[in-house]
Design a protein around this ligand. Structure first.
Ligand SMILES: [Zn+2]
Length: 243
């Protein structure tokens, strides 16, 4: 169950309760503070300790500084695996926050109303939401097949694949060989998409990142370390759409 409470020192706090949780966890994102806990502990959460409040405020401040430079501009160009996203003003569009999209071969044009203040948080959020939908459609039509091809190629098996909107990880694999992939993978060049897909496929055999896992990855990607480094750089670039 989810509920939101106002807690002035830090703003809104989302409280998620789940019966089978044994430990209370706190997470801070650019948008909110979330506490995940058992329904039995809810009454004992508040008041938060001074130490906890200071930690939340410090983390929020750090995130603000990190994201201050991450603003989408009318001149921004976002490269995805198969096309580049560009923003085009359109005087025919009258409603703010209503965008129109046009795909032309290797370009996706996002037409926006000329009255809009592009850098306003609300505009930024609307654009990110639309682009997330675009990436999700793209991911759903591309990633499951690509995963299957990689599995066949390197002799892996998996149970199922799902596409989600995860922003903190590219993918995950459960012990039941169920693979989850983030739609933001579509922001990567093809070589790195395959690198992540094979990484998750390797988890169908090795759940951890131990020596056997690394050996397997290196046998498929001799330039494993370089690709890992590139992936970390791409993650920074992708951040502008994920916040
Ligand atoms: Zn992993």
């Amino acid at each position: 169950m989810k509920s939101i409470i106002k807690y002035p020192p830090v703003g809104d706090i989302e409280i998620c309760t789940r019966k089978n949780i044994l430990r209370t966890t706190f997470s801070v994102s650019a948008q909110k503070v979330r506490i995940t806990t058992s329904p039995f502990f809810v009454n004992t959460l508040f008041p938060l300790s001074e130490e906890r409040i200071n930690w939340i405020l410090k983390t929020q401040q750090k995130l603000k500084e990190k994201y201050a430079t991450l603003t989408l501009l009318p001149t921004s160009e976002i490269k995805t695996c198969f096309f580049t996203i560009r923003f085009v003003p359109d005087t025919r569009l009258e409603q703010k926050y209503v965008f129109s999209l046009r795909r032309e071969s290797d370009e996706l044009r996002v037409y926006y109303c000329t009255n809009i203040d592009f850098e306003q948080p609300k505009t930024q959020q609307s654009i990110r939401r639309i682009l997330q939908q675009v990436l999700k459609v793209e991911a759903k039509s591309f990633l499951p097949n690509r995963l299957k091809e990689n599995a066949e190629n390197y002799k892996f098996t998996f149970e199922s694949v799902r596409i989600n909107n995860a922003t903190s990880r590219w993918g995950s694999c459960s012990s039941k060989k169920r693979i989850n992939l983030s739609c933001y993978l579509m922001l990567l060049p093809l070589e790195l998409i395959d690198f992540v897909l094979v990484h998750e496929l390797c988890h169908t055999e090795q759940m951890n990142h131990g020596a056997d896992f690394k050996r397997k990855m290196k046998s498929i990607f001799p330039n494993n370390d370089l690709l890992n480094k590139r992936l970390r750089e791409e993650a920074k670039r992708a951040l502008v759409l994920k916040i």
